[in-house]
Design a protein around this ligand. Structure first.
Ligand SMILES: [Zn+2]
Length: 332
């Protein structure tokens, strides 16, 4: 906790929780469960997607108020958009007559590409926001299965962990995960001040003790800053997806480019229904069946977002078209 909660309430400012974590580390799942459990019930939730599309908002129906900031990352390209959105929220709050009804909390779910520190710095240095908002906590989700590999190769993964007030290790129920104790020791080494807890599908879960385990010795990543930046590619497919062909394409892609593709996520309309597809590194998670949209809000169906580096967006689209027989699709 960076400030005493009570003091923030007393000065009437909004408490802001920044939720960060690497791509696929389970931010949305964790937040969705907290909302379901009533924890951030009173909060205004902002979901930032670096891609132009957002599938996370369909998952967060339990929050009372939700805004999606899409098409840029709040730590860099969409920083100005975030500041204007927050100013607008503060403005509306000031106009609320009843003190009791006033918004007390905002939760910002960052994109997996975001470094939380520039976000916090931008809020704290904004002459308007500084009077209205206190960043009370940075929560960072850490993938029990993939975080050690990410920490070895991704400077961003380390920066996210280093700035957290609270680290939530997700997917701690994964079987035969010998690396978990080492990950916990490594987190304690990188950020000894952070509160550490475990979670399974958002529900708190016990972490193993890591007292006797040495932290991973991490390579120096300073020379790595020259690596090309991760970028999102949005793929659209017209008509129902041939599920088998698509799975073959996805497996082939992750097989060939597992090191470059860090995340695949999207909603596919298949004969079995609307499926939420997700992959983290080379692991394709079993698809989740989504409810039918209420008010025709299926614009993002058959949209797949691939986040990675080291290839061209056009090549990815061409490859999908070839493989999945989706050559009639792929417009943007
Ligand atoms: Zn950014």
């Amino acid at each position: 906790m960076r400030n005493a909660d009570r003091a923030e309430l007393a000065d009437g400012r909004i408490r802001l929780t920044v939720l960060g974590g690497f791509l696929g580390s389970g931010k949305t799942t964790w937040l969705r469960h907290q909302l379901y459990a009533g924890l951030y019930e009173d909060a205004f939730v902002i979901v930032n997607e670096a891609a132009e599309t957002s599938v996370d908002d369909v998952l967060l129906a339990h929050s009372s108020t939700l805004a999606v900031l899409a098409g840029g990352c709040a730590c860099c390209t969409a920083q100005t958009a975030l500041i204007s959105l927050l100013r607008k929220i503060c403005d509306e709050r000031t106009r609320t007559d009843s003190r009791e009804k006033r918004l007390a909390r905002i939760v910002l779910e960052t994109s997996g590409l975001a470094d939380p520190r520039p976000i916090v710095a931008a809020i704290q240095s904004d002459p308007v926001l500084v009077n209205h908002i206190v960043v009370s906590e940075i929560v960072v989700t850490v993938d029990a299965l993939h975080a050690l590999a990410q920490l070895r190769s991704e400077p961003l993964g380390r920066r996210q962990i280093e700035c957290a007030d609270r680290l939530v290790v997700t997917k701690v129920d994964a079987p035969a995960n010998e690396g978990l104790a080492r990950l916990i020791a490594t987190l304690g080494f990188l950020n000894p001040g952070a509160a550490l807890s475990g979670a399974v599908k958002g529900v708190s879960s016990e972490l193993p003790a890591a007292l006797t385990v040495e932290p991973e010795s991490l390579p120096d990543l300073d020379g790595e800053t020259e690596r090309p930046a991760l970028f999102p590619t949005k793929l659209r497919i017209d008509g129902p997806i041939d599920w088998i062909a698509f799975s073959v394409w996805l497996s082939a892609l992750l097989h060939a480019r597992g090191g470059d593709v860090v995340r695949v996520k999207g909603v596919a309309r298949t004969p079995a229904g609307r499926l939420l597809l997700q992959s983290v590194r080379t692991v394709v998670q079993s698809p989740e069946i989504l409810p039918e949209p209420k008010d025709d809000d299926d614009r993002e169906d058959n949209t797949i977002v691939v986040i990675g580096r080291g290839y061209r967006a056009e090549d990815l689209q061409r490859s999908l078209a070839r493989f999945a027989g989706a050559s009639q699709g792929n417009r943007d």
